[in-house]
Design a protein around this ligand. Sequence first.
Ligand SMILES: [Zn+2]
Length: 285
Amino acid sequence: MNHCAYCQGELKPFACFSSQLVVDVMLTPQLQSSLPDLRYGQCNRCGSLSAMDVRRDNDFDLLELYEQLPEDYWTGLETGHGDRFFTHLEQQLNPNQLPLQICDIGCGDGSFLKGLDSHWQKTGIEPGAQASQITRDPKIHWIQGTLATANLSPNSFDVLTYIDVTEHLLDPIAELTTSQQYLKPGGKLVIYTGNARSLFAQLAGANWAYLRCAGHIAVASQTALTQGLSQAGFINLQTWTQNHPSSPGLSKWLFEYAGSRLRRHWAVPLYQDHMLIIAQRPSEA
Ligand SMILES: [Zn+2]
């Protein structure tokens, strides 16, 4: 896998660290034995970072790993300021509080959907078999699987969301292109993900903590996503730089950074290194 997951550009080696030194619930002993090192390459065209190891091999069953993830993969992921981020996003998407249809793809334990007001009609798709056990929210129509297996009807949703998901996909642009048919004309696609070319990601380089996650195989630049979405036919693209809900405030960030530097395999904690993109399916003439 020597090509960019977003634009097929060539990859130059960017980072490499032993999977034995990465703390990640997803890194089962089985995965660690087939993945001695996590390797990333940077695209010479769009600046995205793509895994250059077994995780993107065709015969490697990444989906099976997601299906079998234990409950603690999701619990404890977010902090209090996640709620504020989600509330703000909700207001942006549905300022008039209409009974809109929303589908959250890769919804994890459903924390985003659960936090939405009751006027939304909520669907969540998640491959992890144990994730729905955490949520148990009867107001969410829960589908275990992926966009490809969920059997959705075309033109169904006002909003589709990919929150912390596209970086886990083998072919994110193909997925987002396919997703468009499930939006109603004029419906909105929301992508929230790490930005490989954000200022903090660039300063952190190979030590960016975002890369110490075995599931992150396709870390986009803003260019990669906006060009891919435009080519897929989406319009009215808007992009914002964001803090991840799990990233600390600046003083706590400095404290965590200093603590990390004391370790041999230090990493730069997340800070202002995510992007929120909202794009629209064209309305029919
Ligand atoms: Zn690229």
